[in-house]
Design a protein around this ligand. Structure first.
Ligand code: ZN
Length: 127
């Protein structure tokens, strides 16, 4: 009985160790066995040369790959910084608006990055 005989594949290369462990937890919550492989482990096995930019990665059993893909995708989506629906802060009144709105729900000011010359209305703010 040696579970390490099962083929494992690298599912994801994380930017840092906490991120790798976060994904591991999500996979395990779904019943998928996962291991976080840090740089030092790899060095010990001679897989990669020691290097400061060796990033931790998440490995799973190859047979779990189909089940892990959707989990990985939603994990990546949930942390994607370039989300177009990201909230924005109104420069006129300071309220936070959802990314789907081009105008502030509170004062109808335009979303800053929706137009480049958004400073033209600045003199109107009297509140
Ligand atoms: Zn506003």
């Amino acid at each position: 009985m040696n579970p390490s005989n099962d083929d494992t594949v690298r599912l994801y290369r994380a930017a840092n160790e906490p991120e790798a462990h976060m994904l591991k937890m999500e996979l395990e919550a779904a019943g998928i066995q996962a291991i976080v492989e840090g740089g030092t482990l790899q060095w010990a096995r001679g897989e990669v040369p020691p290097s400061p930019d060796t990033l931790p990665s998440v490995r799973i059993l190859e047979r779990d790959l189909p089940a892990a893909q959707p989990i990985l995708e939603s994990f990546i989506e949930s942390k994607a910084p370039e989300n177009p629906l990201e909230e924005w802060t109104c420069p006129a009144c300071g309220e936070t608006a959802g990314g789907q709105f081009a105008l502030c729900w509170n004062c109808q000011a335009e979303r800053p990055d929706a137009s480049e010359g958004f400073t033209t209305e600045d003199t109107k703010s009297t509140e």
